[in-house]
Design a protein around this ligand. Sequence first.
Ligand SMILES: [Zn+2]
Length: 63
Amino acid sequence: MGDHGRVMCEECRTALSAEIDGEATGRDARAVRRHLSECAGCARWLDACWALEGLLDATGGGR
Ligand SMILES: [Zn+2]
């Protein structure tokens, strides 16, 4: 079993969604990355989030 560090899935996703929104959380970035590399669930979740974000951008989010 891998050590997920101090970042639980929920915390990881909170930080990631902030990052997707363009808000630099700055905190736990390294731990989040590590968690992602070990947690297929969060990796898949992030994938879906970026896909959604891409859709929104394409349909005229206009940044
Ligand atoms: Zn996770």
